[in-house]
Design a protein around this ligand. Structure first.
Ligand code: SAM
Ligand code: SF4
Length: 335
């Protein structure tokens, strides 16, 4: 089948072209981060989760219709059994030139086991989530995690030649005391660091209004100690980047709650059951499974239909931090 290279291959009604797919391969996770899910999280029954073969088929259709960048995420993607088969499958599209980039977002706990295989599949960059360098605080935030495994994962990834970026969810309190150390740690090891503002996705059993930290406020505070200059990076994503003169590294700031980043949005998200979400901050989704069972053509039509209805902007609102703006947890779609 010839590649669909028409400029409006997957175009929404606001003229935004979709070239980036984030694929969540599982909603399950080996951690229970406090801002992400409750301690007693109920995961999807395994019967509802698509096989890796079906997820590969769906990904292929997106790639065929103009998606150039694919990020594998979760839940924790590396806890899904045989997930490396999917990476191997997708690496064929890198080799053929149909895909520009294959990446991963992970909590890093299993990264040491998979780093070399990921590099062999053509993965060049991975995002690792790490909110603290303090082992006790890490355990507290993740409820289950051992920071040693994440640090070993980061080391293994770098040894395998992968470029690592750290993601940290900003929060009030200890995080503010530790942010300078986190910047030094990341930049000192050649990693960029991106700070994420907590989003009101799903019930966690905790009051988010007590933990959410505005990145605007944090940036003002950081500017008292660090020389930060805005850097233009055309990623189509929500992050703003700052070059930090003292370290030579870059600091990304993702503030969906306080900034409007929707005008340039080039991405859609697929969950592990085959549901397509065209906006992280909207409840709307379309089940692609019936179309996938029918035919390639039916699936393309369903995708086009969903993308045509992509909302103009998300509906997050700082004043609604007391209740989830969206019922689904972040682990359904990943970051
Ligand atoms: N388990 C993997 C990980 O932690 O990197 C991938 C999925 S996780 C849901 C993706 C990213 O979302 C992580 O960087 C995590 O810190 C972030 N995250 C989770 N819940 C969030 C929330 N409510 N608001 C903002 N970011 C959140
Ligand atoms: Fe798991 Fe990632 Fe959610 Fe933490 S943020 S509980 S690692 S899915």
């Amino acid at each position: 089948m010839p590649l669909d290279v028409s400029p409006n291959a997957l175009m929404d009604s606001f003229g935004r072209s979709v070239s980036y797919l984030r694929l969540s391969v599982t909603d399950r996770c080996d951690l229970r981060c406090t801002y992400c899910m409750p301690e007693k999280m109920r995961f999807l029954p395994k019967t509802e989760v698509l096989s890796l073969q079906d997820l590969a088929r769906l990904s292929y259709i997106f790639i065929h219709r103009g998606v150039r960048k694919l990020r594998i995420t979760g839940g924790e993607p590396l806890v899904r059994r045989d997930v490396m088969d999917l990476f191997r499958d997708m690496s064929r599209h890198l080799q053929s030139g149909a895909l520009d980039e294959l990446t991963l977002t992970t909590n890093g706990t299993q990264l040491a086991l998979h780093a070399e295989a990921l590099a062999a599949c053509g993965v060049k960059r991975v995002n690792v989530s790490l909110d603290t360098l303090d082992a006790d605080r890490y355990r507290k935030v993740t409820r289950l995690g051992d920071i040693g495994m994440v640090l070993a994962g980061i080391e293994a990834a770098q040894a395998a030649g992968l470029k690592v970026k750290l993601n940290a969810v900003a929060s009030k309190g200890a995080f503010e005391d530790e942010i300078d150390a986190l910047i030094c740690f990341a930049h000192g090891r050649g990693m960029d660091l991106t700070l994420i503002e907590e989003m009101p996705l799903g019930e966690t059993g905790l009051d988010r209004s007590k933990s959410v930290l505005s990145l605007r406020d944090l940036q003002t505070d950081l500017a008292r100690r660090w020389t930060m200059t805005p850097v233009h990076r055309n990623t189509g994503g929500p992050a703003r980047y700052m070059a930090v003169a003292e370290t030579g590294g870059q600091l990304g700031l993702i503030s969906p709650m306080s900034c409007n980043f929707c005008a340039l949005c080039n991405r859609v998200r697929l969950d592990c059951t085959g549901r397509l979400y065209t906006c992280m901050g909207d409840e709307g989704s379309v089940d692609l499974r019936p179309a996938l069972d029918q035919s390639y053509r039916a699936t393309v039509l369903a995708i086009r239909h969903a993308i045509a209805a992509k909302p103009e902007r998300h509906k997050f609102d700082m004043s609604r931090m007391v209740a989830p703006a969206v019922k689904r947890h972040m682990s359904v779609l990943g970051g």
